[in-house]
Write a protein that binds this ligand. Structure first.
Ligand SMILES: [Zn+2]
Length: 225
């Protein structure tokens, strides 16, 4: 394994200390082999789309700790995604708007307020997403004012129209991403509004890369950022 001879932080040669830790000859950082092993094993599981709960059970680790690490990986994935976007944003692109709703909420009238609305850009086969503000905070106001009916009608019409455009015009990279996202997000029921963006960015990142790349990029980002 490479990390037994090369520093994960800077790539230089590492010494093996008698207490089982590795010490870098240049940046002098010390890290235990157990810690490296644990992080790389967790990144592996994350890259394979294993849930935190399942991973914790399989590795006999605390769920809270695995969950915390996975959340950190999602932040790293979002950081890498934003950086990649900076490198491609000058390219020409197509984009489409998407409403995501959990399966169980789809039938509800007031579902519009729970929908996650995001733009999906296709920069010559590289997907980028931009989450738009949620309507949730207006939900109570609308219900109080009794005007949600008109709003829901308009929304329904819009949804139908945009679906028609999708079906007739595309089976392109953007639509493929939506299918992929709907499939991947399924195991995560009841995601809170404020954490949705991290899952969106996680799957944007994974969609743009092979599993091997996902692992390598996350390991690099984890130790070198
Ligand atoms: Zn180093």
């Amino acid at each position: 394994m490479l990390w037994l001879s090369e520093c994960l932080y800077c790539g230089e040669f590492v010494y093996h200390l008698s207490d089982g830790r590795l010490k870098c000859s240049v940046c002098h950082k010390k890290i235990s082999k157990e810690k490296i092993n644990k992080i790389i094993t967790l990144i592996d599981a994350f890259a394979e789309d294993e849930t935190a709960r399942h991973t914790a059970k399989r590795l006999d680790l605390s769920y809270v700790s695995v969950q915390r690490n996975f959340h950190h990986f999602r932040l790293l994935a979002a950081t890498i995604s934003e950086r990649e976007y900076q490198n491609i944003r000058h390219l020409s692109c197509e984009f489409e708007e998407y409403f995501y709703l959990e399966e169980t909420k789809k039938q509800k009238q007031e579902a519009v307020f729970d929908a996650q609305n995001f733009l999906t850009f296709d920069y010559q086969n590289h997907i980028y997403t931009l989450l738009l503000p949620s309507l949730q905070k207006y939900k109570n106001q609308f219900l109080e004012d009794n005007v949600e009916g008109a709003y829901i009608e308009t929304f329904k019409k819009f949804k139908r129209e945009s679906r028609l455009i999708k079906v007739s015009k595309y089976d392109n990279n953007i639509v493929q991403f939506w299918h992929y996202f709907e499939e991947k997000i399924k195991p995560y029921k009841g995601i809170k509004n404020e954490t949705f963006i991290y899952f969106l960015k996680e799957f944007e990142f994974k969609y743009n890369h092979t599993k091997q790349e996902v692992k390598e990029l996350l390991i690099k980002e984890y130790f070198q950022a």
